[in-house]
Design a protein around this ligand. Sequence first.
Ligand code: SAH
Length: 259
Amino acid sequence: MDFRPNSAQVILVGAGPGAADLLTVRAVRALAAADVVVLDGLVGADVLDLIPARARRISVAKRRARHTLPQEQIGDLLVAEARAGHTVVRLKGGDPFIFGRGGEEVEACVAAGVPVQVIPGISAANGAAAATLMPLTHRDHASMVSFVAGECRGLAQQNWAGLAGKGRTLVIYMGLAGAGPIAEKLMADGLAPDTPVAVVERATQPDQRLVTSLLADLAGLVAREAIASPALIIVGDVATLPGRLAALAPLKEIPCPAC
Ligand code: SAH
């Protein structure tokens, strides 16, 4: 894929979960061609270093319950910048199409007749799984995985029945503030209180933390460990896998064959 500056288009780019070297090659190429970069709050500092000095940066960072720019205005902004002849990169944390409102931004561009394309990114779930050695599926533990949003349009309206339990992995984005109600909801759906849970804070970043417990203790775990956003909650047997690996012989340093 060949990207050029001044080409009147919008490119939604997945910035991954934090580390700049988890961007795709295509994402790096798109960034290099950007005239304007429209940024999210979740984009990491070393990813920001990849933005060319000549590109104009516009931040539309969202924080829980404090949206600095309403979604329609972000769509309008992308369209206006592209119509002004710019190559507009919309840089979004993780993958643009996983709880990223990428769909709404694509719709805004298409409705306005502005060329738009999407470059996928490593979603937080994939980053967290790799960085903690916690496979989301495993032939012995889980043959199904679901991604849900812990605070999207109200918990009560969401039907998660059947998404968690034996043989299944449930990954909850944006679930930190609602950890207590989330655990209650899952137990009300019939999940055992001793279902394993893991919380991965700042996955793939240098200060990443993994903590584990049981479902009935999810809110307690989040409070005790003072877990802060961004964090993912993972519910299911795979949550025990990093601990099981750690209990096996500790990884030994491989001696250098030349020494
Ligand atoms: N589009 C993003 C998700 C945006 S929703 C993606 O594909 O990853 C924002 C939520 O993603 C956060 O509340 C948190 O639950 C999760 N998240 C994003 N980055 C994360 C990280 N580095 N570690 C853990 N969770 C993360």
